[in-house]
Design a protein around this ligand. Structure first.
Ligand SMILES: [Cu+2]
Length: 420
């Protein structure tokens, strides 16, 4: 049933967008570094700026020797069986490559950033055993937005070596954030302690062909191997170095998500922030169903209304459904386009897209929608996006940086020229 729908304002026209994309592209091509003199901040594949006037840390250069990032499976898990869910959640502090060339000391739930995707239904009981290992340096906590519990009880911080039981009944359906709330919460959220819990209605969601979970968040890059830069994140007008899907810049642009043409794709999307709004948009399609924060635009509504972009403030979530009518590439973006050049770019690859992409040169793997039940199987090499050539041996880190940068520029330019 259609109860309401919404529109997201588009900032600027096509001309402004085109100019912006060309500017970002040329900056990337020329390998310029971004610093105080560049108030628009970093589109950084080569460096991560600090925000002018915040007193935060110095320019952080990309490190060609940083480990390659670990690709995150975007497939949404099936709903957990049963009605009582015992979940052990260990919070860890470890190194993670968050963008090509940038390694940070992140804090995690379940050793993942974002934390593991949980999926239950209304009426279920979730009993979390939260563990802060002795080897950690920091106190941490957890706050489930899907719960109704006292902040000073279940959400209290625990020190290294302590455990906590956090139990709640899922009373309302939705796509909810969970996060660490230990002070300063901005630091703990920005340093990786975010996750998504999907609560389905008691009788479940209708089946679709493919399901994915995407979390938008920001990285305020600190020194290599250190935590994020809190001063940068605290700026009055925060300017993240990277805005990312599932915590790694451009990972699904480098490794497109494969889906068949014409089948229904459902995406659980959360904006974890901590500070930037999202305008979730998939270029080339229209959302025929959106459930955003409890408000439902249903397929088949009177008037056949659709949705082009879903506005999500930090900590808001949605379930969007779409189809891809033609074979090819469908970019996943926040339509606040300055952030597309900072890592908020992914791709759905519908059917065969050979010959439609940018002049890619980097090795990449694709996520196959048919491999959702078996993430490891989806890691098999696929054909090259452009030439159909077999995947080559991995390039050196320095070559990889340049190749990935060239491909993103080409994608951005292509999108600008197409007037999206
Ligand atoms: Cu924490």
């Amino acid at each position: 049933m259609q109860r309401a729908f919404w529109y997201t304002g588009l900032v600027g026209g096509g001309t402004v967008l085109f100019v912006s994309l060309v500017l970002v592209g040329s900056l990337l091509i020329n390998g310029l570094k971004f610093g105080d003199e560049t108030p628009t901040g970093a589109a950084a594949t080569t460096s991560a700026s600090h925000d002018a006037g915040t007193g935060s840390g110095a320019l952080v250069e990309a490190n060609p020797e940083a480990p390659e990032y670990v690709l995150r499976d975007p497939a949404a898990p099936a709903r957990a069986e049963g009605e009582v869910h015992e979940i052990e959640l260990v919070m860890t502090e470890r190194a993670m490559t968050v963008a090509t060339g940038f390694e940070q000391l992140v804090w995690t739930f379940g050793d993942e950033v974002p934390g593991p995707v949980m999926r239950v239904k209304v009426g279920d009981v979730i009993r979390i055993t939260l563990k802060n290992p002795e080897t950690n340096a920091m106190p941490h906590s957890i706050d489930f937005h899907s719960s109704m519990v006292a902040w000073n009880d279940e959400m209290r911080s625990i020190n290294p070596g302590e455990d906590l039981i956090y139990e709640f009944e899922a009373k309302y359906a939705g796509v909810y954030m969970y996060h660490c709330g230990t002070s300063p919460a901005l630091m703990h959220i920005a340093n990786g302690m975010i996750g998504i819990i999907i609560v389905e209605p008691a009788d479940g969601l209708p089946p679709v062909d493919h399901e994915f979970a995407l979390v938008q968040s920001e990285w305020y890059i600190g020194q290599q191997g250190q935590t994020i830069d809190l001063a940068k994140a605290s700026a009055g007008a925060p300017s993240p170095d990277f805005v990312v899907w599932n915590s790694v810049a451009n990972q699904y642009a480098d490794h497109p998500i494969e889906v068949p043409v014409g089948e229904t794709v459902r995406v659980f999307v959360l904006n974890a922030g901590p500070s930037i709004d999202s305008s979730f948009h998939v270029v080339g399609t229209i959302f025929h169903s959106v459930i955003k924060e409890g408000i439902h635009l249903a397929e088949g509504n009177e008037g056949n209304w659709g949705s082009q972009a879903v506005d999500l403030s930090p900590a808001q979530g949605a379930i969007v459904e779409m189809r891809f009518d033609e074979a090819g590439l469908y970019p996943i973006v926040t339509h606040a386009f300055k952030f597309v050049g900072r890592g908020a770019l992914g791709l759905f690859q519908a059917g065969s897209s050979r010959g439609t992409a940018s002049p890619a040169t980097s090795t990449h793997r694709c996520w196959s929608a048919t491999s959702m039940a078996s993430p490891s199987a989806s890691a098999a090499p696929h054909m090259d996006l452009v030439g159909g050539a077999e995947v080559r041996e991995p390039p050196t880190p320095r070559t990889r940086l340049k190749a990935v940068s060239r491909r993103r520029v080409a994608i951005s330019r292509g999108m600008g020229m197409n007037g999206t």
